[in-house]
Design a protein around this ligand. Structure first.
Ligand code: FES
Length: 99
């Protein structure tokens, strides 16, 4: 089971099911994630910085079509992911400016 580390004070780390949805896992742990589309990949508000815990490099695996579109439009920048579109396939560390 992958481990999630969260920059929010007092939160985590916690283990999650492999390939589970990042945003849903954070919300299930009571960690707030900005959103107005409830995970449909539309609003772009759920953006987080996501890194591999193994090497601290930005997690760039498996961008969804919605993420690519937000990237092309500049709604997210390199290093940011839409948490509603990310599957937790390995140990990850996540950061949000509002945590
Ligand atoms: S919750 Fe709206 S894009 Fe992720």
């Amino acid at each position: 089971m992958p481990t999630l580390r969260v920059s929010r004070k007092g939160a985590g780390p916690f283990q999650v099911d492999e390939n589970s949805n990042l945003m849903k896992q954070l919300l299930a742990q009571g960690i707030p994630v900005a959103s107005s589309c409830k995970g449909d990949g539309v609003c772009g508000k759920c953006k987080l910085v996501v890194r591999s815990s193994n090497n601290n490099e930005l997690f760039v695996k498996a961008f969804s079509a919605d993420e690519q579109l937000h990237l092309e439009k500049g709604n997210i920048v390199a290093g940011q992911r839409l948490s509603c579109q990310v599957l937790v396939s390995e140990d990850l560390s996540v950061e949000a400016p509002y945590w």
